[in-house]
Design a protein around this ligand. Structure first.
Ligand code: TRP
Length: 350
């Protein structure tokens, strides 16, 4: 239909705002658009409409994609997270669409599905669940792209998740990783839940296998202890960041703070960790979320984030919260890496 405004058009409009805000060069901007086209191919031509075509858990308002910006010492990377989909909608339609994206990705440089193929049958959705498969792409300043896939440890229910993840690690020859995780799950006594399982779709031994835990109802001290044993652990640092982002005093409530443990071959089961703070649930509005996030960034980058958010927003930042959805933080050798996740807000929150 002529003149129809599509989900793809909407995404590209938001991406324009981001590329301008972070002052991407024309070459970088072109790479960003090509990447969005690749990632969004399954639904880019679907009409945006007033209500979502399907209910995705990827965002609060059912937009099936989310942009994030990885601020590092000397670089900003652009990241795109998507849920693929196809008609007719069934328990496995998103899974099938995700597998087709995997196939398209094999045409990209350095994409390797070996690890995915070793474990994918474990994550096949037999009934409708929170999600089955998501993909993320990371575009660095030089134009290099890496891809990741996210799978659902709870695809066969919460109770079955630990056995499922144990089996996945066994197949991937990372039994020590499972030992590390099992100890963490036991220490948490049910307050850390297996939320996401992620694989880097790259060939070499640097490919990370990540497990995301959703942590709730524990003291900040207990949470800090959960992160201990990671190679990049800095005692007390993460809980300080959580405090400044959320205003939490001494304990996590029912709203989960997520962290991942990233394992690689040869790390002897000692992972890298990061934390992902759902900042939207702890602030009055996006102006407050932005102020709290800015405090973690050097001035130059902070300015860029403000510019991005102001260009992306289709409402005043004081009017609501949710545009700045999460902030992830990771200790790196050369400093800290801060990742704000930006909602496109295609729809109202249902
Ligand atoms: N929207 C989901 C959630 O809030 C999944 C998700 C999307 C997510 N982006 C994220 C989770 C970034 C953590 C960090 O859980």
């Amino acid at each position: 239909m002529e003149g129809l405004f599509t989900l793809g058009d909407f995404g590209r409009k938001k991406l324009t705002a981001i590329c301008q805000g972070i002052e991407f060069s024309p070459t970088q901007t072109k790479a960003a658009f090509n990447l969005f086209d690749l990632m969004s191919a399954s639904w880019a031509g679907w009409p945006l409409g007033d209500i979502p075509m399907w209910r995705t858990n990827l965002s609060d308002d059912n937009t099936p994609f989310e942009f994030s910006l990885e601020f590092r010492a000397n670089e900003i990377k652009l990241r795109i997270l998507v849920e693929s989909q196809q008609m007719p909608l069934t328990a496995s339609s998103s899974w099938e669409a995700g597998l087709q994206l995997n196939q398209r990705l094999t045409l990209q440089p350095e994409v390797d599905l070996t690890k995915f193929n070793m474990i994918q049958d474990l994550f096949y959705p037999l009934k409708k669940t929170r999600f089955a498969i998501w993909h993320a792409a990371v575009l660095d300043a030089k134009g290099k792209v890496t891809f990741k896939v996210y799978l659902n440890p709870q695809i066969h229910g919460e109770k079955a998740a630990p056995e499922l993840i144990k089996e996945a690690f066994t197949r991937l020859n990372l039994a020590q990783a499972w030992d590390f995780l099992a100890a963490k799950l036991q220490a948490a006594e049910g307050r850390s839940k297996l939320a996401f399982f992620s694989l880097d779709l790259i060939p070499d031994e640097h490919a990370r296998v990540k497990v995301y835990l959703a942590n709730s109802l524990m003291t900040l001290k207990e949470f800090d202890f959960q992160l201990k044993g990671s190679r990049n652990y800095v005692a007390g640092a993460d809980i300080n960041w959580i405090q400044s982002l959320t205003g939490i005093h001494d304990a996590l409530d029912a709203r989960s703070i997520v962290n991942y443990f990233a394992f690689t071959a040869g790390d002897n089961g000692t992972p890298i960790s990061n934390i992902q703070v759902p900042i939207r649930w702890y602030v009055e509005n996006d102006a407050e979320a932005l102020a709290r996030t800015q405090a973690l960034l050097p001035q130059q980058q902070s300015k860029k984030l403000i510019s991005v958010i102001n260009k992306m927003a289709s409402r005043s930042l004081e009017a609501n919260r949710g545009l700045l959805a999460h902030v992830a933080i990771r200790h790196e050798k050369d400093g800290m890496c801060v990742i704000p996740y930006l909602s496109a807000e295609a729809y109202g929150v249902l």
